[in-house]
Design a protein around this ligand. Structure first.
Ligand code: ZN
Length: 383
């Protein structure tokens, strides 16, 4: 089964299967959409499926069998019909245009990594461009007859990396389609492709993956606990690779620090020094990405509090494992203005990107939160 290795993207999967069933397999496909949502995964599943010797076919579905020799080699990306093109490092002046042999080794690593998990970002170190030499090599190989039965599939990763020369050379390949060859271009920057290339490809737009599917996939892959997965998914912007980047972050620990910051800001007497101490302890002044994550964790916590305080219903909260502390928090501040808190945190994230001092941003944010959480309760008390 090839398609079940692709997370979500049901429309794209269905469309591709229908094209195979109806014998209308496109010669050139352009898979677009944000980074890390599975464009390479779709391309690989397609390549495996069209090369399977015993496909599982219905009126509308067409899937690989997973057990024939072709499927087994396709799963490892050791298949002469499946070729990957990706950016290579700059060639030193005075040397040949063709990639050096060390690059081939690095390219093998790209194949291995994609075969193991197509959602892990793959890029050869210091590689920025797909060069004309690579496109010429590709053209030569396509001109030869195939080494085995099936359909040759060329997967071009980050197609926007093609230089102007490479793009123009590639355009010729697109204009003269070969029998039994599909060219699959993947890009998260379609605006950087030549319009002439785009117009010769059938475009399929891939969508961000839902938080639920990302969380489930992280748990299935054994990468984290369910509670962590829900938290990570809410940060992932629909991208598996963004989600992976948070897996190593110890989100539970970060959240604990974020909640500690909130608690210190709501202390009674001495809250100012408590805030300053906690910010110095919990916030790394040099880690701006970490700072933004921490602000988002605080915002998520307060959003959950807002949900509980508004309806007392909890199915939609992100910090599901923190229900009791959240309920206590809500009970302690019945008139808190949560939307003002979240607004303050969003402003703070913008300030971090504007290079304002991390500690200053946090202290300001926490004082604003204090105002929005505690003051409305005081007013009520005194009125
Ligand atoms: Zn098979």
């Amino acid at each position: 089964m090839a398609w079940n290795s692709v997370i979500g993207q049901e429309d794209v999967k269905a469309m591709l299967q229908r094209s195979i069933v109806g014998n209308r397999i496109p010669h050139a496909l352009l898979l677009t959409g944000p980074r890390g949502i599975g464009k390479a995964a779709i391309a690989i599943a397609f390549a495996k499926t069209v090369n399977c010797s015993n496909p599982i076919v219905t009126d509308t579905t067409y899937d690989a069998c997973d057990v024939c020799p072709s499927c087994i080699r396709a799963a490892k990306l050791h298949h002469s019909n499946i070729q990957i093109v990706t950016a290579t490092p700059a060639v030193k002046a005075g040397t040949a245009e063709e990639p050096a042999s060390t690059v081939s080794e690095e390219l093998l690593e790209v194949y291995e990594s994609l075969a193991a998990d197509p959602y892990v970002p793959t890029r050869i170190e210091q590689a920025t461009q797909i060069r004309i030499g690579q496109i010429r090599t590709l053209k030569k190989s396509l001109a030869l007859s195939a080494a085995e039965e099936g359909r040759r599939v060329v997967i071009i990763l980050d197609a926007e990396d093609m230089t102007a020369e490479a793009s123009n050379a590639f355009l010729k390949t697109l204009e003269e389609p070969h029998d039994n060859v599909s060219l699959l271009l993947c890009t998260s920057h379609r605006e950087r492709l030549l319009p002439t290339i785009m117009s010769r490809c059938q475009e399929l737009t891939c969508s961000p993956i839902s938080d639920q599917l990302i969380a489930r996939s992280l748990v299935e892959k054994g990468m984290c606990t369910e509670a962590e997965a829900v938290l990570i998914a809410s940060f992932s912007e629909g991208s598996m690779s963004v989600a992976y980047s948070f897996v190593s972050e110890d989100m539970a620990q970060l959240r604990e620090q974020a909640v500690d910051l909130l608690r210190q800001s709501l202390k009674g007497r001495g809250y100012r020094s408590a805030i300053v101490d906690s910010v110095q302890k919990n916030c790394d002044a040099k880690n701006r990405k970490g700072a933004v994550t921490m602000l988002s964790l605080m915002a998520l916590w307060l959003r959950d509090a807002a949900v509980i305080s508004a309806s007392n219903e909890t199915p939609n909260i992100v910090n599901g494992d923190q229900l009791e502390p959240l309920k206590k928090f809500v009970a302690a501040f019945p008139n808190a203005n949560y939307s003002a808190c979240v607004k303050a945190l969003e402003q703070s994230a913008t300030d971090i990107y504007r290079n304002v001092s991390v500690h200053l941003v946090f202290i300001t944010a926490l004082l604003r939160i204090r105002d929005s959480v505690i003051t409305p309760n005081r007013i009520r008390q005194y009125s």
